[in-house]
Design a protein around this ligand. Sequence first.
Ligand SMILES: Cc1cc2nc3c(=O)[nH]c(=O)nc-3n(C[C@H](O)[C@H](O)[C@H](O)COP(=O)(O)OP(=O)(O)OC[C@H]3O[C@@H](n4cnc5c(N)ncnc54)[C@H](O)[C@@H]3O)c2cc1C
Length: 451
Amino acid sequence: MSRAIVVGGGMGGLLCARVLSERFDEVVVLERGTYPTEFVPRKNVPQGQQVHILLAEGYRLLQGWFPDFGARLDAIGVHEVDFGADSVQYLGGASMPREFAGIAMRCATRPLLEGTVQRAVSEIANVRIEQDVKVDGWVLRDGVVIGVRVEGAGEREADLVVDATGRGSATPKWLEETGFGKVDETVIDAGFAYATGRFRVSDPGRLLGVTLMVCNAQAPDWPVLGVLIALPDGTVDACQIGAPGLHPSLDPAEFVEGFRRCGGPMIHDALVGAEVVIPPAPFRNTGNRWRHFEKMAKWPGRFVAVGDTACTLNPRFGQGMTVAAMGADSLGRWIDERGMASLQSDPVGFAHGFQKRLCKSMSVAWMIATSDDRNWMPDSPVGLKDKVAGWYFKQLMSLATKDMKVYVQFLKVAQLLDPPTRLFAPWLVVQALREGLRGTPPPARAVAQVS
Ligand SMILES: Cc1cc2nc3c(=O)[nH]c(=O)nc-3n(C[C@H](O)[C@H](O)[C@H](O)COP(=O)(O)OP(=O)(O)OC[C@H]3O[C@@H](n4cnc5c(N)ncnc54)[C@H](O)[C@@H]3O)c2cc1C
């Protein structure tokens, strides 16, 4: 009988469990915390109260794994939104077209999204989720991980161990202690800070009939990003993300005022006079960090690390859950390609090969998040290539404000549905060059707006 153990029951671990349930006789998820019976934030998950958006690619994958996923969300009042028609978007101070884009997604709180997935996974016959179980080490024999050590409860054997314990994973420390060596990391931290608060708006008309409002940050003129999502109980979660020097205030009145620095007025306007339901809660650890497990000269057999354990992204792009889903999908495909037998015949090749494969599913999100974050880092070197790319994207953004076809293509890349190469299709390059020659003036600066 084959058994996989997934350590950590966040979105990354739960989705791996779903994928592995089709390939192993038994899948056990070991989660140190407990899942609440209501859709409320879990202890041990500091980002639990922050706004979570499930990008279109993540939504597509989850619908494939759980055919009733949409129905489950509908039942709790989290309805599908079209990113074009059902949202108000500002980018770089410019309003984007509000038309049907054919890009379906769901936005809710993390408890609503993760809780729905947790309930669906717990109904899979060969998956067992054990709560209140803390794993404190991997069991190693001849360079192969053959199980895990559970705090105060001995060892558990497995044919495959998946580390999905997130950004605080002990794997780097453990690899070093057991002689596999030090993991290289790339860290790109532009110093953004988050805060999310819950409000009841005084006039629902101020929500403009949409579920989602986004004012994106754009260097250097638009340093504050705002996101508002309408929740099923009639309240809204408002999230403000500020570059260094403009971190959101936790005082509710100042927090609302801070949205005046965003590229568009609608979030501030919606919140004026709103009742505070939950005061703003902060989150500061927003750096991007890639742990280069794929580059390790030595790697333990039958052991893989996924989700935030492998790559943590600045959350302002809303990619983490989708990247975790893409990683779970890659794991399933890798097992099918290599065959289950390779877990026994080539345990190290199987496991390290997967870490290399995983890079593919993380690299586009990483590129999007870090290239934008670098724009906010004064010491980051800016070469000719960066300048040309910056100019090109400025033209694309300018086009997107008035051409739905351009906007949809941009969205498909941002939502991880399409590869970034689509932004360099000949029809777009020609239009961008024409736009550049026309020389469209940029929208007024945020700083001017608040002064
Ligand atoms: C402020 C903020 C906002 C975000 N917004 C978005 C968004 O809008 N959209 C989006 O897609 N993503 C967002 N993310 C990212 C997203 O939360 C994660 O990337 C995603 O959920 C995948 O996380 P994970 O499952 O790998 O790790 P986690 O969610 O951290 O889960 C790890 C799990 O492992 C458990 N665990 C840890 N150690 C042990 C142990 N020793 N034994 C047993 N269990 C253990 C923990 O209790 C936890 O349940 C945001 C993140 C932050 C910080």
